[in-house]
Design a protein around this ligand. Sequence first.
Ligand code: GGG
Length: 367
Amino acid sequence: MATYKLLLLPGDGIGTEVMAEVKRLIAWMNSHGLGSFETEEGLVGGAAYDAEGVAISDATMALAQASDAVIFGAVGGPKWADVPYEARPEAGLLRLRKDLALYANLRPAICYPALADASSLKREVVDGLDIMIVRELTGGVYFGEPKTIVDLGNGQKRAIDTQVYDTYEIERIGRVAFELARKRGNKVASMEKRNVMKSGVLWNEVMTALHAREFKDVALEHVLADAGGMQLVRWPKQFDVIVTDNLFGDLLSDVASMLTGSLGMLPSASLGDVDPATGTRKSMYEPVHGSAPDIQGKGIANPIAMLASFAMALRYSFGLGKEADFIETAIAATLDKGLRTADIKSDGTTVVGTREMGQAVIDEVAR
Ligand code: GGG
């Protein structure tokens, strides 16, 4: 059995609380022959700023580069509201994504049958929902230059963020989306705003050309991102794979999370290209949710997105699809039994804390 090196970066707030459940799952898997994982732990976000004065140190970046996968919790919080912009907690996360070239962010929005009533929408709208949002992660307005605030000298300031996309960036994320669609419902919805943004015009053009050249067997539709947001809450089951840019992907996946019951349900995988020499790829796995300072320290955070992110690591980085299935099936079974964290509670269910939910999932894996 191969041994994989994991770098665990719990981060801030509930990041540390949900990571504790993944650590217990890893320990259980190691001791039951379901995998062989060596873990190291590092600081990121506000925790790194407090200890080291930066949102992620070069030493931690070197550990990330040397790992087989990074497992990330969450960063941010009001405690660091006044730190310099370059050192803000989120800068650690962005550096990891950029320096590891993790351009493809996969955010599956699945409504577990037991949670169809916990969604913000009617049961028939979300029951059986299984969509994959593919967010471009290393370009766009997050990284485009110039990015600055200029003092205009007349009591006014000007804030500048720049949206930049090159053909190759759109092509490679498009290819990820089409290839995923071939293994699912064979449909891609490409979302941009070509009516107001030049980057939307190029995005549309490149996706159309890529489709005609390599993916004619997959259905492609172009949807304006604002209309896409509306359709997501009107009838989300019309979508299979959604591909979109960095900012729209962030917004649309938060919207989609509420279809599944809670932001605490959405896992993610951030992937780089496969290195042809080794057959491996850089990767990071994190829940879509942030550090949730409002519930930090209360032991009530939902660990499911974090545990499901680890399942994605097994599937996408280590080829352990069967083991990933065990975890996802265990999550479904735990929910079927009526166990709920506070964010997904409904009538007739038993509200448990982070630790109990994590343990219940491990117990189900053990079954
Ligand atoms: N686990 C995700 C997390 O901590 N997110 C914090 C955040 O602000 N991320 C910025 C982004 O993903 O756009």
